[in-house]
Design a protein around this ligand. Structure first.
Ligand code: NAP
Length: 289
């Protein structure tokens, strides 16, 4: 596969890692990076992640075969608005946003429809770091990328976006927008809410110094993702609100039941919950996590 010119709007962890992977595979003739901050773009250039940096959007996207949005989901609509008069008819557009309903809604708000050459995507890969310095070429190796193309998606655009992610090492699958947002609310967005809330709750306890001093591996495993970018997660939870609220309600109910069992000294019920969870984690954990 060869993309003549790829333009990445927002060269951070996710966009930067894709650029590195495609460069390592020799899959792009030129990668152009666009961003708001010249310092961050200089860093991307210095690291060899991009070949050319542009802070002018028109210059950045001119002649691009593929334009990839690597920005936080809260910025997508404003970026699409700026892009609308600049996109050439043959340009393929894609994104990496963690929520897909909001991205498709943003595209509809700007273009009146989801353009056939806009293939929304979401790599199920990342770390709690952000910024181009944290990007690395292997991020997508053996990871999944979910594409949520519209019904009238252009087959050539879909196949090129699919191939681009496969070249970066990922396994690509397709899903409806609604299903994507439900699945990710459960597997990614809810756990991040729990980690952020747990750490915040403990940090505001009076004796929090001791609590963190004596925290062991389990605490570190469970709370690693609370170091993730707060602004990015602010955007994600507000942009997948409906699906996330359903999961939060479901989880709150279950936690309430566990609390009741503990309060009532109902060891049987407590044990049943833990045994079900352990069996599920042992079954699925190693193959899917
Ligand atoms: P990141 O490292 O912070 O990179 C975001 C990039 O977007 C930066 O280059 C930033 O550059 C640019 N940007 C930020 N706000 C912008 C705005 N308002 N307008 C234009 N550009 C803006 O974040 P990331 O982790 O790569 O995440 C990027 C996207 O990937 C998000 O949509 C996120 O939901 C999705 N995602 C993240 C992960 C993860 O684990 N991190 C996983 C899968 C998907 P400037 O500030 O210099 O403009």
């Amino acid at each position: 596969m060869m993309i003549k010119r790829l333009c990445i709007i927002g060269v951070g962890l996710i966009g930067g890692s894709l650029a590195r992977a495609l460069k390592a595979a020799g899959a792009c003739e030129e990668i152009v990076g666009y961003g708001r901050s010249p310092e961050a773009l200089d860093e991307a250039l210095g690291l060899g992640v991009i070949d050319r940096a542009e802070t002018d959007l028109a210059r950045a996207v001119a002649g691009a075969e593929v334009v990839l949005l690597g920005v936080p989901v809260g910025a997508v609509e404003a970026v699409l608005e700026q892009l609308k008069p600049l996109l050439e008819p043959q340009t393929i557009l894609s994104d990496v946003g963690s929520t897909k309903g909001s991205v498709v809604a943003a595209a509809r708000a700007v273009f009146g429809t989801l353009p056939p050459r806009f293939i929304p995507g979401h790599p199920i890969a990342g770390t709690e770091q952000s910024g181009v310095a944290a990007s690395f070429a292997d991020l997508y190796q053996n990871r999944k990328v979910i594409l949520t193309p519209g019904e009238d998606a252009d087959p050539q655009a879909l196949s090129l976006v699919r191939e681009m992610w496969q070249t970066a090492g990922a396994e690509v699958c397709e899903m409806s927008v609604a299903h994507h947002d439900e699945v990710l609310a459960a597997t990614s967005h809810l756990p991040h809410m729990l980690a952020f809330t747990l750490v915040d709750t403990l940090a505001r306890l009076e004796d929090h110094d001791d609590i963190f001093r004596y925290a062991a591996g389990g605490f570190r495993d469970f709370t690693r993702i609370a170091s993730s970018n707060p602004r990015m997660w602010h955007d994600i939870c507000l942009h997948n609100r409906d699906a996330l609220l359903l999961m939060l309600d479901r989880f709150t109910d279950e936690l309430g039941q566990l609390r009741q069992s503990i309060a009532a000294g109902d060891g049987e019920a407590v044990l049943e919950t833990f045994e079900r969870a352990k069996a599920a984690r042992d079954d699925y954990g190693d193959t899917h996590c």
